[in-house]
Design a binder for this molecule. Structure first.
Ligand SMILES: [Zn+2]
Ligand SMILES: [Zn+2]
Length: 361
């Protein structure tokens, strides 16, 4: 049982990893009382992000066990603090990666709180009251309303959950490069997983020509026919990659495994941008020649701000965009994490949290 500070009086059922074996087991812990700025959410669905896998296995050496992962949280508000405006009991609400920021730096003041240096995450973070944050692999969460978003009524909740991390991670770079407001560009998406498949949907909804670049030739049919991609390049096929040189304005690289940037950079037109959102454990080699000879830019980014996340969800409501998910029950989390480790999921696992009461682990 987690040590609780005095105001931590809510007993919550969840699922946690207790050591670097990464095995998830049921875990009961305490959450804070709903404060004046907080909302309490009964969690219905939580997506399983690749980041969860890194934390449960302590890949980055920063995990505080026990860790309750999950930052793609969707549920219904059950309590609202007295300072909270814009949310009420019964509202559908989402919580993504952010639990707290300083609220005062230049990034917090310009809706880029995701770049705040004092940012604390939804799990494995330290909240303002000094307590460790626990994520969405649990039945309820208390969240400061400044990090909570509305979920449009027409979206399937389980398909909307991964928008809170996977969705905003690919939306923010597109917004940053003017690809949301107007269409007609040629964009590339490297990797067709949890992030990539949403990027393809966004790209098509916003009116662009979308090329998927993947190692797996077997994904071509699905990329084109189910997700609507216009072209598909197999990254190991030199002929295809050669033919694709200088054809794209913008490329989003979602691959978290080791891979070579050279052939990807060469797909960009002069002045094109490669935006990296995948996080390989080992540094990627950055070749200078394709930058110099094509005046190309390489940059990266982490999720997006809260205002931008709300804008994305509203647009998803308008275009009826959700993620393609495999719904699992809590007792299947370990199996899902194993499958995720081998990229065997189409395209995101989402935990049906509400099913927990009917299926104990
Ligand atoms: Zn994530
Ligand atoms: Zn800040």
């Amino acid at each position: 049982m987690a040590k609780a500070t005095p105001s931590h009086t809510h007993t919550v059922s969840g699922w946690a990893a207790h050591d670097s074996s990464g095995k998830i087991t049921p875990y009961t812990f305490k959450r804070r009382e709903n404060g004046v700025d907080d909302v309490t959410i009964r969690i219905l669905y939580c997506g399983i992000c690749h980041t969860d896998l890194h934390y449960v296995k302590n890949d980055w050496g920063i995990t505080m066990y026990p860790v309750v992962p999950g930052h793609e949280i969707i549920g219904v508000i059950t309590k609202v603090g007295s300072n909270v405006k814009g949310f009420k009991e019964g509202d559908r609400a989402g919580v993504g990666c952010l639990a707290a920021t300083c609220l005062d730096c230049e990034y917090c003041r310009s809706d880029q709180e995701n770049y705040c240096q004092q940012l604390q995450f939804t799990y494995n973070g330290i909240f303002w009251d000094g307590s460790v944050t626990y994520g969405g692999y649990s039945t309820m969460i208390v969240a400061d309303h400044r990090y909570v978003v509305h979920v449009p009524e027409n979206l399937r909740m389980e398909g909307a959950a991964p928008l809170l991390c996977a969705g905003i991670t690919v939306f923010s770079p597109m917004k940053d490069h003017g690809l949301v407001e107007s269409g007609g560009k040629r964009i590339g998406v490297v990797g067709l997983g949890g992030l990539g498949h949403v990027a393809v949907k966004f790209g098509k909804a916003f009116g662009h020509h979308v090329t998927v670049i993947s190692r797996s030739a077997g994904k071509e049919w699905e990329a084109k026919n189910r997700l609507g991609a216009d072209e598909f390049l197999v990254s190991s096929d030199q002929e295809q990659m050669e033919a694709g040189k200088r054809t794209l304005d913008f490329v989003l690289d979602t691959v978290s495994g080791e891979h070579s940037l050279l052939p990807i950079l060469e797909l960009l037109k002069v002045n094109g941008t490669l935006f990296i959102v995948g996080a390989p454990n080992e540094p990627l080699q950055l070749p200078a020649f394709p930058l110099i000879f094509g005046k190309r830019t390489v940059k990266g980014g982490i999720i997006g701000g809260i205002r931008e996340t709300q804008e994305m969800l509203d647009l998803c409501g308008k275009h009826d965009i959700t993620c393609d998910v495999e719904l699992i029950r809590p007792h299947q989390i370990n199996q899902a994490l194993d499958r995720l480790a081998s990229n065997n999921v189409r395209y995101r696992f989402v935990i049906d949290i509400a099913s927990a009461s009917s299926s104990p682990l």
